[in-house]
Design a protein around this ligand. Sequence first.
Ligand SMILES: *[C@@H]1O[C@H](CO)[C@@H](O)[C@H](O)[C@H]1NC(C)=O
Ligand SMILES: *[C@@H]1O[C@H](CO)[C@@H](O)[C@H](O)[C@H]1NC(C)=O
Length: 480
Amino acid sequence: MADKNSSAIGYVARNLLLCLFVVTTILFALSCYFVLRSTAHNRFLSSTFPSRPFVSSTDDAIAKAVKRERENCRCDHKDEKSKSPLKVYMYDMDPEFHFGLLDWKPEGKKKKSSVWPDIQKFIPPYPGGLNLQHSIEYWLTLDLLASAYPNTPSANAAKRVYNSTEADVIFVPFFSSLSYNRFSKVNPHQKTSRNKDLQRKLVAFLTAQEEWKRSGGRDHVVLAHHPNSMLDARNKLFPAMFILSDFGRYPPTVANVEKDVIAPYKHVIKTYDNDTSGFDSRPTLLYFQGAIYRKDGGFVRQELFYLLQDEKDVHFSFGSVRNGGVNKASQGMHSSKFCLNIAGDTPSSNRLFDAIASHCVPVIISDEIELPFEDVIDYSEFSVFVRTTDALKENFLVNLIRGISKEEWTRMWNRLKEVEKFYEFHFPSKVDDAVQMIWQAIARKVPSVKMRVHKSRRFSGSASEVEKQSIWSLIPRNFW
Ligand SMILES: *[C@@H]1O[C@H](CO)[C@@H](O)[C@H](O)[C@H]1NC(C)=O
Ligand SMILES: *[C@@H]1O[C@H](CO)[C@@H](O)[C@H](O)[C@H]1NC(C)=O
């Protein structure tokens, strides 16, 4: 009996001990969890909001200096100037793809050296008029050619290199917009247009290159600024980085804002040098001159016309700005406070860049628009954005614009005069001009290009290796 009792007591005691052990273990585990959680939380907090009490006076001074620096530097890309130039390899492609489209012919018989014009002696001129809107291909190529000369221009965001393995990006010098503008017609004795033909040749050329195979084209820069350029080749070259005016005619798998670069149009109206106008000396409140489109977003233009036609200080007229109309449009925009930029058959239009060059505050009604360099430029500082659904409400637009004070307008006008240089194309290129800005925008994409190239190489070893992997993956995990 005593034996039985003592064994019972022992049994109970053992169970109690076990219970105690389990409970303390659970408590210990729980407290570990909470301690870890709270420190992780604090770490997160302190990285977002530096905790005030521990800031020493030097930290304060640094914070103040940083703030001062930020205020002085209104454009966030300023630090890029101290960076080394983007290294660009350019294919020595047959002139039929670039300056040959400008009727330039290589001199002499030396093949390699004569693919490019000697731009220190002669620069083949680009056709004027509306062709110029999409002429980025011309300015970028000229800038690259110039970067190789010993007396390189002072603005050197990009430098041509001759060894493609050293390059950050591979530049494809095809003047695709010019090819579309000049050679889309099929002549009687031809089967296809020269534009289509060149695109076919381009795809064949590129996909055969060592450089293309190395990256699957991901580090290639392909120019397609005219919305209708590269219609045939784009679906084959899409791993490349496109330089575009907008994404209106592209499926997001072929082009998107993460991968590609939006470049400005070259404005067609005159720049407003020494602009001493002001709110009161610009009599027109709102200016719009543009083509009327019947398809897609174009109905907005027509609706707005009906809403605005009775306002006496609003200029609204249809008809594109052809050569003769440029002077009149320049005058009109130079004497207007606000300039309308309405989606046409694509989300972007030259009108925005005409407005910036005229220091006429842009009013942007284009829900899908993507703007050049928006990662470093805050367009809300000098433009007014209006949603299409709002713009089509009666009196909404006019009331909104009439409600903008003289002070507010003058602030935006002053900012326009600061940013206009980012949209000017020059040769030789100047500091902060559009050519430099485009190279810098490309340079900002380089880290993500490198990542995509590296990722693409994960499984691109020998085929047998890939096969081995799939065999392993067939065996269920719990088999081991
Ligand atoms: C190009 O650069 C790579 C890496 O720097 C080097 O290995 C290669 O020899 C260079 N090629 C030529 C033709 O100079
Ligand atoms: C603008 O002003 C500058 C300097 O004051 C002058 O050199 C230039 O000719 C002026 N430009 C025009 C178009 O008036």
